[in-house]
Design a binder for this molecule. Structure first.
Ligand code: GDP
Ligand code: MG
Length: 384
């Protein structure tokens, strides 16, 4: 009986402790919320906006600004820092690693590599979507190096070659800070379904976590669902959203309004989501060209990020080429790398477009976007 009382007492004690932990972690979460800057504006544009909106070529739009972070909203947490995310998310590259790393390591651990072995390495690189020419070049260099140096550590040489092929010195920074008294403006472009809207949301979260204020512009006006999706991300991560409540509104007008609102609210970064209809090259050029032109009346477009689904291989590369022809792409976002064994696409897309991969998507969650780091990427796919 006494034992029973003691056990009950212990259980009650543990329960209370657990309860305290729960509360304190909630408290901690609240305490570390980002300050809700800027203050949310009342929905609807100010009456004086009319002239400029007409100037954007889409008069009569009914645009609404959604509130920014609510101070006490428990679902908005401070995201983990973006630096070093590639290392933290390395497990997401498991598919690439098993297709690539284990095959290569098996080969490389042999005492000496014969022709067939070297060919297998080349095939593995090609299968990973690296591209035939770069794969051949890399293997040739590797062979020469092994011969010349007599090194047995082929893995280390391969690692160095891969990092070199990816381009460790490319400028992968994002221009996301205010300049000239205006917000930085980012345009997200790419084919439907590649992950543009998701990337807008994840990137906003990264930037907010790094202390920026962000406004999202829903210039994919083709379907109302697209703006709803962006708005959901906005309220999830604490970013204001400018959208039209009318399907088929002029995307350039929404983009214009987003930059205008972002300027008035003094946010650091405006991210504009666009539609990805690849109807005709001329149509695409008209649409993206107009968005860029209209936005440029108020602020520079600092980044045009081309979102590419890593699982789409050669087809994705073809689409990327079309986008690169109609708009000056400044960086590539490679999404869905978590669902593919084809990590080599990093190398082929950079070669194809001459533009660096700046961000990679490694899952559907809000923190599954990482600044691209060549060495961490190579280590993840080679495995250690
Ligand atoms: N696994 C995975 N899924 C992703 C990633 N990025 C986006 N997605 C998913 O891809 C689908 C299309 O994304 P969405 O942002 O709507 O594409 P959009 O049409 O280009 O705007 C959604 O189901 C996303 O959750 C990623 O990095 N990894
Ligand atoms: Mg979308």
């Amino acid at each position: 009986m006494e034992y029973l009382i003691i056990i009950i007492a212990i259980l009650v004690g543990l329960g209370a402790g657990g309860g305290y932990l729960l509360v304190s972690s909630r408290r901690h979460r609240r305490a570390t919320l980002p300050p809700p800057k800027p203050e949310p504006k009342a929905p609807g544009p100010a009456p004086t906006d009319t002239d400029e909106r007409a100037g954007a070529g889409g008069g009569g739009l009914d645009l609404a600004t959604e509130a920014v972070a609510e101070p006490a909203a428990p679902e908005i947490e401070v995201p983990p820092p973006s630096a070093g995310r590639m290392v933290r998310l390395r497990g997401r590259l498991a598919r690439s690693q098993s297709a690539f790393g284990s095959v290569l390591l098996g080969l490389l651990s042999r005492d000496s590599l014969d022709d067939a072995g070297w060919e297998e390495i080349e095939d593995t690189l090609i299968t990973a979507d690296m591209g035939v020419a770069p794969a051949r070049h890399l293997v040739e260099q590797l062979r020469t190096e092994v011969k010349v140096t007599g090194s047995k550590d082929v893995r280390a040489l391969l690692r160095a070659q891969l990092i070199e092929a990816i381009g460790p010195d490319m400028d992968r920074s994002l221009r996301v800070s205010r300049h000239g008294g205006r917000p930085a403006v980012l345009l997200m472009v790419g084919v439907n379904g590649t992950g543009k809207t998701t990337t807008c949301g994840k990137l906003a979260r990264v930037l907010i976590g790094d202390g920026h204020t962000v406004l999202l512009g829903a210039a994919d006006t083709f379907r109302a669902a697209a703006a709803d999706q962006l708005q959901t991300w906005g309220s999830r991560v604490g970013a204001a959203v400018v959208r039209s409540d009318r399907d088929g509104a002029d995307p350039a007008s929404v983009a214009f309004e987003a930059v205008k609102e972002g300027t008035e609210l003094s946010v650091d970064t405006v991210i504009i989501d666009t539609a990805g209809r690849l109807h005709t090259k001329a149509g695409l050029m008209d649409e993206l060209g107009k968005i860029k032109r209209v936005v440029s009346r108020q602020a520079d477009v600092d980044e045009v990020l081309l979102v590419l689904d890593a699982t789409t291989g050669q087809n994705g590369l073809r689409q990327a080429r079309v986008f690169a022809e109609v708009v000056d792409v400044t960086g590539i976002v490679l999404t869905k790398l978590d669902g593919t064994a084809k990590g080599g696409i990093v190398i082929s897309v950079q070669r194809e477009l001459g533009v660096p991969v700046k961000l990679v998507g490694l899952g559907e969650g809000p923190d599954d976007l990482a600044p691209f780091e060549p060495a961490a990427f190579v280590d993840a796919i080679l495995g250690s």
